[in-house]
Unconditional design. Structure first.
Ligand SMILES: C[S@@+](CC[C@H](N)C(=O)[O-])C[C@H]1O[C@@H](n2cnc3c(N)ncnc32)[C@H](O)[C@@H]1O
Length: 361
């Protein structure tokens, strides 16, 4: 690995027009139309006159404006790096930089970055990690994401870089809809991609409370670290006695930490067995079935938990060719017609879908 010089072009003296502040926008437009603005041009305050702004102009420009406004020569700061790739030249040789197809996407989870690498990129994983830390000042550590494993859908993570003096732990705090949750992608499932669905769950819960005129009991037996429940907990007067569970013991630890209130019974249990607990049968006003790969198969085992008039809200990943069969199967389980709504694409041949239905016995 060959270490090179500065990450971006050094600063240089450049011509600037000193213009009245209120004319800045219109002059910028004129310079842009005349192709007289340098790439990444930045307007700055004129240090000699607080009523004026400085606009950089490229050396070859011959626009009339240059004769109408004072032209001054000042140091032009180099453009800011726009991506982690702009930092690689402080770490790797130009030859290496040009020989690799660098990853263009990464995911933020709290103060972590997770990035997928192919075999040619993996060789430079440490450099990618360091460059990401250089670019994203609030990131503590960068991990290679080697994919999701097992029924608990946790990530296989490999540390690439950690900020000096900080912990390399995968435990991190995320903020969703203004609320804080602890998670750990290496031991529990969490995805910010479903946050919009969770906003919908809050709206659905509020509708049920309005209809019933009392706090409602909610059952989230695949709760993960509790992202669907936290907004409900925070909504004053919404929840009565409720249940949160997960088969992953680590997720249950996070549930206690994230949503542990006296409103909730929290258990590490297989959701399909809950129906055999008398105190949970026909108890709930709202049931969440968030196990998208198995929702169609699991739902019949969960419906006994709903009271008469209760609402089931579930998510399922459905292959295009299985859509009709899934609708028929769900209709049979629910005992009535159900509309399965496509929410987003999951793969080239499958979608993440949502169903919602009121159960009347
Ligand atoms: C897709 S995740 C959903 C987690 C959470 N509701 C969310 O939105 O982030 C499914 C969760 O179900 C849990 N799980 C898998 N099989 C289960 C089962 N049979 N009973 C209870 N939980 C299960 C997994 O550990 C995982 O946390």
């Amino acid at each position: 690995m060959v270490k090179r010089g500065t990450p971006v072009a050094p600063s240089s003296i450049m011509r600037h027009l000193s213009v009245p502040s209120r004319e800045t926008q219109s002059i910028l437009c004129q310079l842009k139309a005349a192709a007289a603005l340098p790439e990444g041009a930045r307007v700055r305050a004129d240090p000699t006159d607080e009523t004026r702004r400085l606009i950089p102009v490229i050396d070859s420009a011959t626009v009339d404006l240059l004769t109408h406004y004072p032209v001054i020569h000042v140091d032009s700061p180099p453009p800011s790096p726009r991506s982690y790739r702009d930092h690689l030249n402080t770490i790797l040789s130009q030859e290496i930089i040009e020989s690799v197809d660098w990853p263009t996407r990464h995911e933020f989870v709290g103060d972590l970055i997770l990035i997928k690498l192919d075999s040619s990129q993996r060789e430079y994983g440490d450099a990618i990690g360091q460059a990401l830390l250089n670019q994203h000042k609030r990131t503590r550590a960068v991990f290679e994401d080697k994919g999701v494993t097992g029924d608990f859908r946790v990530r296989d993570l490999n540390l690439l870089a950690v900020r000096e003096g900080f912990s390399p732990t995968t435990r991190t705090k995320i903020v969703e809809s203004g609320q804080e949750l602890w998670t750990d992608p290496s031991s529990v499932y969490y995805s910010s991609r479903l946050s919009h669905e969770r906003e919908g769950t809050l709206e659905c819960a509020k509708r049920i409370r309005e209809h019933l005129g009392r706090p409602i009991s909610v059952c989230d037996p695949y709760a993960g670290v509790g992202p669907s429940l936290l907004p409900l907990v925070k909504e004053s007067g919404l929840l009565g006695e409720s249940f949160a569970g997960d088969l992953n013991p680590k997720a249950v630890e996070f549930l206690h930490e994230n949503i542990g209130t006296d409103k909730f019974t929290i258990e590490c249990v297989d959701a399909r067995t809950l129906q055999s607990t008398d105190s949970l049968r026909e108890k709930f006003d709202l049931l969440l079935v968030n196990i998208p790969h198995d929702a169609i198969e699991h739902t019949p085992d969960l419906l006994p938990l709903l009271r008469d008039g209760g609402v089931v809200r579930g998510w399922a990943i459905i292959e295009d060719e299985d859509f009709e069969a899934a609708t028929n199967s769900l209709t049979k389980s629910l005992g009535k017609d159900v509309e399965i709504e496509v929410r987003r694409s999951y793969s080239a041949t499958a979608n993440l879908c949502r169903f919602e239905s009121q159960i009347n016995r």
